[in-house]
Design a protein around this ligand. Structure first.
Ligand code: PYC
Length: 309
């Protein structure tokens, strides 16, 4: 299996170039379903520990349905499958540029939740115009074990998020274990109190915010992903969900920059515009760097071939 690894603001992406499962020619939503139902062992053997950190997001490169698209992609992680992934899309474009398969300029990428317009600005710098994003509910109160009442917003940015404006724990690298613990408890409270996204979708990303002390930075965040790994980047879909919430409360105008810093200090530039249907389309800009071009080996008899733990 031929893979290229990159990181986007510290968050890794493994693009699977060759050796993936045969998923047919349908739309990415259909191929994702086939992947999950028939080939989940491929997910576990390509990214789980000891091969990767638990933060790794896999990106299976697919032939696109439309000849107007540069690529199709299916994202997955240590827990299952992601609908959309902002840092992963930036990593994918930087990987395609590294391989000479994408020139500077615009590229359509097909994901399981629709097409996203991307722009390769330089070899490492990419803008992603995300799927339409929206805030479903503002100011939802939750009773959270040992934290008391926590109020947050429910929003879609390509994944479902519960966004807490005032983080229950100060956001710093040192506090990552305490932030993880608090976010886990919020997630448990959402499940216990049957709080969901649209169509009863599980809210599987928890996002805490606080003001940044850095000048020119609007906010700092901490994002806990479904498999309980935290996002080392400011999270593309999480920044999109944040933008949707800011718009819904009249706090961000189209075209204005929102500089989102993540817990490790890396940044994305967010902004938005309305599409032809009047929907919010966040645009996230960040940088990705390639660090490995590897062939994975699956030796017969390896007891940890499908991951440890
Ligand atoms: O950047 O959208 C993102 C993302 C989702 C999960 C990890 N990163």
């Amino acid at each position: 299996m031929h893979v290229i690894d990159s990181h986007t603001g510290g968050q890794p992406t493994r693009v699977i170039l060759e050796g993936g499962p045969e998923l047919g020619q349908g739309p990415m939503s259909e191929r994702k379903k086939i992947f999950a139902e028939q080939f989940d062992d491929f997910r576990t053997k390509s990214i789980l520990e000891p091969k990767c950190t638990d933060a790794m997001v896999g990106a299976l490169l697919c032939e696109p349905v439309s000849s107007a698209s540069t690529a199709g992609v299916i994202f997955f992680n240590n827990d299952g499958y992601l609908d959309m992934c902002g840092h992963g899309t930036i990593g994918l474009l930087a990987t395609l540029a590294h391989l000479g398969r994408a020139d500077i300029g615009e590229h359509l990428i097909e994901t399981s939740v629709g097409k996203v317009k991307t722009e390769l600005l330089s070899r490492n710098r990419v803008s992603v115009e995300n799927v339409p994003s929206y805030c479903l509910h503002n100011n939802v109160a939750l009773e959270v074990e040992s934290l008391g009442t926590i109020t947050g917003h429910i929003a879609w940015g390509g994944n479902w998020f519960f966004l807490v404006d005032k983080s229950p724990v100060s956001i710093s690298r040192r506090n990552i274990p305490a932030l993880t613990d608090a976010a886990k408890k919020v997630r448990q409270a959402l499940a216990r109190q049957s709080v969901t996204g649209s169509d009863e979708a599980e809210i599987d990303h928890i996002e805490f915010f606080e003001e940044s002390s850095e000048s020119g930075v609007n906010s700092r965040n901490f994002v806990l992903c479904p498999g309980l790994a935290y996002d080392r980047s400011p999270c593309g879909t999480g920044t999109s969900a944040k933008i949707a919430c800011l718009v819904s409360s009249g706090k961000l105008l189209p075209g204005v920059h929102w500089i989102q810093e993540g817990v490790t200090g890396t940044r994305f530039i967010g902004t938005y515009d309305y599409d032809e249907n009047g929907k919010i389309r966040p645009r996230i800009t960040g940088e990705a760097y390639i660090y490995a071009d590897t062939n994975l080996i699956f030796q017969a008899g390896d007891p940890l071939q499908h991951g440890a733990g």
